[in-house]
Ligand binder design. Structure first.
Ligand code: PLP
Length: 351
């Protein structure tokens, strides 16, 4: 049986959270002398002298209607990366607990584990980049607090089989994080509508990819109200700044424009995959449900360095297990994609 309380670190269970001025007084008043802000204002507009809403309710209301999830089931972080760190700090006791990751995958799970001194166990994906359920089951023990699943996966680009993720959710009594940073580009549907079925499910999404707002730093976690409450207790009081909250509210009005960009990126991705398949030194183009493509290419490191001389930066994954001789390519603009393909043709001619 799943029991959230038994997963929590003892110090977090007993934690009395910081109570900010904005927590202690909620409501409307005309004179605010409770937070040591600058009453005269700021060099910018009159609003930035005040601390922002610690729980970002306006942003959550709008996200709630877009994602069809209650605001109580939403946590906002300074990027998904903050959500990842807060989950480690809330649930994983350093030097005692462990987590399982499924490499090749997003690097921050391991970095965050290392910062928090939490053991990382690795159940590598299969050769077709799917979950190895038997290995996962063998690695999990009583101290395994979180299984990290990334779907669509970075750097491979594919979605993981939904039935496999459901098997993990049904059989593991710890937390299962499904990182859906690239879900908007995928044919697979999100897990956000399944929260009621899985008390151990945490979904991560971000405005950094499909929404084009990497610089604003807004990550989302969707989970049970109990899990969200723990994350709120552990987070820094004002983790999402006022400028980000305002700009995100403006951006969220433009769902239509974002959907158009997603469609355009997906079309360009599929076209680029076809072009790559025709290039002689390309040995394999992996299927992608994301806004990037993993390409296995002869002498990947040499190609990577040649591209640099042309001013084109790719992601060299050739030293990553299961990604030997692979480069990860983000889908660019039409013009950037053409420059890339032309540069590869030049490389072939001169080598
Ligand atoms: C890019 C990426 C993120 C990024 O998150 P931020 O919200 O920008 O911190 C998270 N997970 C994966 C798998 C990513 O590729």
């Amino acid at each position: 049986m799943f029991n959230l309380n038994s997963l929590l670190r003892e110090n977090i269970k007993n934690l009395k959270p910081y109570s900010s001025a904005r927590d202690e007084f909620k409501g409307e008043a005309s004179v605010y002398l409770d937070a040591n802000e600058n009453s005269l204002g700021s060099p910018l507009t009159k609003w930035y002298n005040r601390y922002p809403d610690p729980l970002q309710w306006k942003v959550k209301e709008v996200l709630s209607s877009i994602k069809k999830v209650n605001p109580e089931n939403i946590f906002l972080g300074n990027g998904s990366d903050e959500c990842i760190d807060i989950l480690f700090r809330s649930f994983c006791e350093p030097k005692k607990d462990n987590v399982i990751i499924c490499p090749p995958t997003y690097g921050m799970y391991e970095v965050s584990a290392n910062i928090n001194d939490v053991e990382v166990r690795k159940a590598s994906l299969t050769s077709d980049f799917q979950l190895d359920l038997i290995h996962l089951e063998n690695l999990a023990d009583a101290n395994t607090k979180i299984i990290w699943i990334c779907s669509p996966n970075n750097p491979t680009g594919n979605s993981l089989n939904r039935a496999d993720i459901e098997t993990v959710l049904n059989n593991f009594n710890g937390l299962v994080v499904v990182d859906e940073a690239y879900i908007n580009f995928a044919k697979q549907k999100s897990f956000v509508q399944e929260l009621a079925d899985y008390p151990n499910l945490i979904i991560l999404q971000t405005l950094s990819k499909a929404w084009g707002l990497a610089a604003l730093r807004l990550g989302m976690a969707f989970a049970s109200a109990e899990i969200i409450a723990v994350m709120n207790k552990v987070k820094p009081p004002y983790n999402i700044n006022q400028a980000t909250q305002e700009l995100v509210l403006k951006a969220l009005e433009e769902v239509g424009q974002v959907n158009d960009m997603i469609k355009e990126l997906v079309d360009m991705r599929d076209a680029l995959i076809e072009v790559f398949k025709e290039i002689p030194i390309v040995e394999k183009v992996y299927p992608s449900d994301a806004n990037f493509i993993l390409v296995k290419i002869k002498n990947a490191r040499k190609v990577y360095e040649f591209m640099l001389t042309k001013g084109i930066v790719l992601r060299d994954r050739s030293n990553v297990k299961l990604c030997e001789d692979c480069l990860r390519v983000t889908v660019g603009t039409e013009k950037e994609n053409t420059l890339l393909v032309d540069a590869i043709v030049h490389y072939i001619q001169q080598s």
